[in-house]
Design a protein around this ligand. Sequence first.
Ligand code: FES
Length: 583
Amino acid sequence: MPKLKILPMNIEVDVEENTVLADAIKAVIPEFPTPCGGLGFCGRCRVRVIVDGLSEPSGNERVLLGGSRFRLSCQAKVIGDTVVEILKPHEEHKITVSGIEPTIEFRDPIIRAIEVRLNGVFEAPLSKVLLEEAGGTIHVDGAVLKLANVKSKNVRVLVDWSGRIIGLRENRSRNLGLAVDLGTTKIAGYLVDLETGESLGESYVINPQIDFGDDVVTRIMRALEPKGLIELRERAIAGIESVALKTCSREGLNPKDIVASVIVGNNVMTNILLGLPVETLAKHPYQPILASPVLLRGKTVGFNLLENTLIYMPPGVAGFVGSDAVADIVLVWKLGLNGKILILDVGTNTEIVLIEDWRRILVTSAPAGPAVEGAHISIGARVVDRAFRKARVSSRGEIILEPSIENPVGLTGSALISLLACLLEKNYIDEGGRIVEGFDVDSTGLKRITVYRSRDGETLSLTQLDVRELQKAKAAIAAGWRTILEKAGTNALDYVVVAGSFGSSINVEHAIRIGLLPDVGRDKVIVVGNAAGIGAKAIMLNGECRRVGEEVSRKAFYLNLAELGEWEKTWVQSLFLRPIKIS
Ligand code: FES
């Protein structure tokens, strides 16, 4: 067994080979911080390596630590005798629990507040006041605002990035921004201070539209029913306002102080939010009515709580590839990645992007379906409370589900992906997905493998039908990236970026083992978490990111998988649970 020495405490322990370093440290120092839950985003678990007996660095370590003597202990595994030193929290990257956050310069934000001293002029052509007070730099097109109700003489005028006046604020009030990723399953919100650029908090709610169906296709079908579009739109509005409320109340802030919001999502979600018909997304050539940028007042969109908020929705690309994929690309650009980059935003609708040296960008989307998130699987669990999130084979050859919980309800989608890899390793299933060993047969003749048994005898079993559902979802994603690589004539990748809240919890080795991710080596795979939400935040805080987003949407070339005959053939080939080598 390898020995692990932890400095400066000078603690020495024996650890099982291939133990994750953070787990080994936590076993003896329980307070050791892992705020992002070991997803490789926050950088708080880093240690300095004195004697290196660790596995090769992961892609996240390359991006966050850049080949230094530091390692992220949640990513490194102990494979030989090792000495590490625990450090104080570092400052290079902001702490985020939902994704990698590059340094986003607070420059040319979506809205800025200009202080104006009115000097007793309470009713005046604002253009004149502004031009005097702000050195003639603000263009107001001769707007006249009635200022009689403003009690304070010192007010702040909110102007958007093009210099248009958005509103007036009393000096005491805060100016907050909310970046929103309007996902088919989840709505995530990121709160920022629009006067300093500081991140204030984040949270999510389940999209209330989920009662009408799990994926974009069922939402479109609902939208085509009488009053369906109105109901879906109301739910999108309610979901966004509840994430605004939740994020603000956690931080003790007033949601009425949210003066601007950047909202991204796939084209079905964003078109529904704007109340636009989605018929055109239901039939060839599957184009949204609107794919250009939108700048509106909250009231015009239909918001109540956010009625005075300036809403900016960046443009999407085409088909089901919307502004969420554009925000993903903005984040990858901000991380400074170059070369051939494949981005997979894994979810029920998986967006796939291939960037070739930033000269050419190809995009498509693959209908993975809800199985990737644990839905429609007999032991799947969509919500992570009381669900197993990981699966592995121990050194004694047992399948271990983690974390240890009482009365588990099932396994998350990422745990199910890992479970497939474990069942392959144990030879319980073959590469065709057939259950061949270690199974029981139930009264219907269905094979099922028991993967968990509680002390009280409660069991969780994966059936042959479950394996088939997971295979189909995995094949849709793999066929998507294989097709896009083939169309581009590319068989080499510098990075594979895995985005999306579901994607963030995937075990990279297991996903490569079953052919969900291309087999490029772990050091080329970067798990960025909710890139769309963090990209939306970058678009809010930084004018260059906003311009890059709009340029990407014009430049990206959309491939419609449904129109490519080879796609179905590739899908069938991708059903096999085996690695797919890409150099
Ligand atoms: Fe390791 Fe967050 S716990 S990066």
